[in-house]
Design a protein around this ligand. Sequence first.
Ligand code: NAD
Ligand code: GLY
Length: 368
Amino acid sequence: MSALDHTAPIEVQIALGERSYPILIGAGLLSQASAWQGLPKASTALIVTNDTVGPLYAPALQLALKPHYAQIHQVTLPDGETHKTWQTLNQVFDVLLSQGCDRKTVLFALGGGVVGDMTGFAAACYMRGVPFVQVPTTLLAQVDSSVGGKTAVNHPLGKNMIGAFYQPARVICDLSSLQTLPAREMSAGLAEIIKYGPIADMVFLDWIEAHIDALMARDPQTLAHAVQRSCEIKAWVVGQDERESGLRAILNFGHTFGHAIEAGLGFGEWLHGEAVGCGMVMAAHLSHRLGYIDLALVERLTALMVRAGLPVVGPNLGVETYLHHMRVDKKAEAGDIRFVLIDSPGHAKVQGAPDALVGEVIRQCCQA
Ligand code: NAD
Ligand code: GLY
């Protein structure tokens, strides 16, 4: 049992007017009754999970929900990004419809970002919108994907291209669930935590550097602070720009290069967080070459990625392949690639850069 068990969860609020909601963070929340009070009222709940996470945590979630819902159904999807499709999404609608679920039914997303994004999209669509609750079980999902209301499935022609902005009613981050996460997935989540430092909070970057070993060792107290501060920063950004008309794009630091790595290698070869980690190193180099930041900050970020178990050398896809994939990134405008750059430590902006300069960064940062 950790020191955090039986203490009140940490609460971070997402302030979006009538769509506001709390993020609860703590160890052992799946079995802490107070975390499950005040959920949307309904007779029916549907747990959406996958065949890895379901056997580990669905029985505990069933128990947590039992006092609140007369009927609790469950749909267990196949695990993996390759199943984040319309076809798999239909399995959720099949259960909802075959069980006669009404428009008050509450969906619970139990899993990582794949389950969370799909459940949120199912909730946005079913009967034109039913409530849903995020119960993220990966570090990446706890610090990023479960918060902020981006939901989607993939299309054969593009990742996350079919989706909606649709906010959950609550996010419940049980830190204890991270104990079963594979090491590679922990590192992928750390990439998204590190991201918040250079774009928004250099004091947090100092703290991550000082605590990276404890984070890697999954110390609950240290994880609690990392998840809390990450969610606070994401809440601050999303509260100002829910639908990414401007500021929210800074959350995509490292994602333009990262997207090219994922797409160029074939999705699933590198984890999303791994590609983002390496992409942040590349974006930091570009920021330096544009004169915004010192080389010392680039080297600092690179060293931290290494300590977090993340790759810092990109695959050798060739400059043209990188540029091709970056042109279809969602931030691109009329084919012009737009990068999230650090324009001063702790602050980011979105802008284009000359292809020749981007090519130099790619050659510098990728395997020969
Ligand atoms: P994931 O959902 O595929 O989970 C990673 C792996 O860990 C899976 O095999 C999963 O079954 C397993 N797993 C999950 N929890 C576990 C646990 N507690 N113990 C053991 N195994 C566990 O991947 P992810 O990194 O969580 O999420 C990636 C997805 O999130 C991508 O589809 C990405 O597009 C999306 N995403 C969305 C947003 C957003 O804002 N909505 C942001 C970032 C990423
Ligand atoms: N993960 C980026 C965002 O939520 O905007």
